[in-house]
Design a protein around this ligand. Structure first.
Ligand SMILES: [Zn+2]
Length: 139
């Protein structure tokens, strides 16, 4: 679907069409002005995005976050990406959703939980840190 939009074969409300990606309106927005930013190349998840494409792609996401807020006189934005689970279209896309204080999104979209104790929190932090160390990148 997004490949068809990038190629111009599928209609969409385009917001940006650049070398680093295409931005378009989500047809079923959380709030009106909800934008999807997709890379031009077919990639499924964030893990598939080549390192040399990261700066350009996320620079575009950043610019859209600024533009959505400014262009819609929104109070701010919510920027998010689903990978695999809840990923409705198997082509990488980042959501940029305009936010307004009191818009009610927080309650249903971010159900909160708690760690049982500091040991459990430390365990989660340790597992993520260990995986990060394994990717070979020196921070
Ligand atoms: Zn695609």
């Amino acid at each position: 679907m997004f490949c068809g939009i990038v190629a111009g074969e599928v209609p969409a409300f385009r917001v940006a069409d650049e070398a680093d990606g295409v931005a378009l309106l989500d047809t079923r927005p959380v709030f009106k002005g909800h934008v999807l930013v997709v890379p031009r190349t077919h990639l499924v998840t964030l893990a598939d995005l080549p390192a040399d494409a990261l700066p350009g792609y996320f620079r575009l996401v950043q610019r859209l976050a600024v533009a959505v807020e400014a262009g819609l006189s929104a109070g701010g934005t919510f920027v998010a990406m689903n990978n695999k689970v809840s990923q409705s279209v198997p082509h990488l896309h980042t959501h940029v959703v305009p936010r307004t204080k009191g818009d009610g999104l927080r309650g249903f979209f971010w159900p909160r939980t708690r760690y049982a104790d500091d040991a459990e929190a430390g365990d989660f932090a340790g597992r993520i840190a260990a995986a990060l160390a394994e990717d070979g990148t020196v921070g």
